[in-house]
Design a protein around this ligand. Structure first.
Ligand code: MF3
Ligand code: CO
Ligand code: CO
Length: 260
């Protein structure tokens, strides 16, 4: 399937969607603490997304029953928020926000600490964040998808962690999930060649134990098979003429800090 390359006239709307998603994630994340339920996080995301003029892309997506994914401890991704699931001191939680605004989607997630998690939990979170940036550093016109996967896999292995292979990043734009599939493992010099105007996510899922996962009976929740902790960070990236922009990055919207 052909990979869409967005013309520069679309870049402003892509940047805006990325910025709005990152703002919601930051605002909601500031409220994550012990005693808050993942169902509360879902309410915060709905309210904040609406206040910014956006729509939560995930709500109803293939039947997904909430506006946000909340993945706690050994949940790898796609955790369903619940008012019965209270966050406790020592938990690590991924909050994954995707926002549809101005015709485009922005998709970003990060880990939050509840209280002070133990050293192993902090380690897997640190590795996942560094893996995301190791992948982002590879992105430029002419680079290949395998360069991204290889950079992530090498760092995870050095740090004694494993990379989930069952899920990957994805193209994004006028739809949330578009081709290409962006693997978080791979070989340098292999795979699709990246071109200016392509937009996609990088969202490595890193496990403390084995890479194997299972999907719960609810059809969504993905857990590590061995019960070990898992962590994930995600940014939406645009390939530009001189590298890439992290559309959901710290400054958002392709601001200086988001530029690479
Ligand atoms: N935001 C998620 C991703 O990074 C999308 C999950 S699909 C859902 O691709 F239906 F579970 F929300
Ligand atoms: Co995504
Ligand atoms: Co996401």
């Amino acid at each position: 399937m052909a990979i869409e390359r967005f013309a520069e006239r679309d870049w402003g709307a892509l940047r805006n969607a990325g910025r709005v998603a990152s703002e919601t994630l930051a605002t909601v994340g500031a409220r994550v603490q012990a005693g808050v339920s993942t169902g509360d996080i879902d309410r915060f995301v709905r309210t904040d997304t609406r206040a910014r003029g956006g729509v939560p892309s995930q709500l109803g997506y293939h039947g997904f029953p909430a506006a946000v994914c909340t993945s706690v401890n050994d949940v790898v991704c796609h955790g369903i928020p619940s008012p019965h699931q209270l966050l406790s001191p020592g938990d690590i939680v991924n909050v994954d926000v995707t926002t549809h605004i101005g015709g485009f989607h922005g998709d970003t997630s990060r880990m939050f600490f509840v209280g002070t998690p133990g050293p192993e939990a902090r380690h897997v979170v640190s590795v996942a964040e560094r893996c995301l940036w190791a992948g982002i550093e590879q992105v430029r016109d002419g680079a290949r998808l395998g360069d991204i996967g290889a950079a992530i896999e090498e760092l995870a292995r050095q740090e004694g962690c494993s990379v989930v292979r069952d899920f990957g990043g994805h193209g994004i734009g006028r739809v949330m999930h578009a081709p290409p599939h962006v693997p978080h493992t791979g070989e340098r010099g292999r795979g699709l060649r990246l071109r200016t105007g392509m937009a996609f996510t990088i969202e490595p899922m890193i496990n403390l134990g084995s890479a194997e996962v299972i999907v719960e009976a609810d059809g969504w929740t993905v857990r590590t098979l061995d019960g070990s902790m898992s962590a994930q960070f995600e940014h939406t990236i645009l390939v530009t003429n001189d590298g890439c922009e992290v559309l959901t990055g710290p400054a958002g919207g392709g601001g200086q800090e988001g530029r690479r």
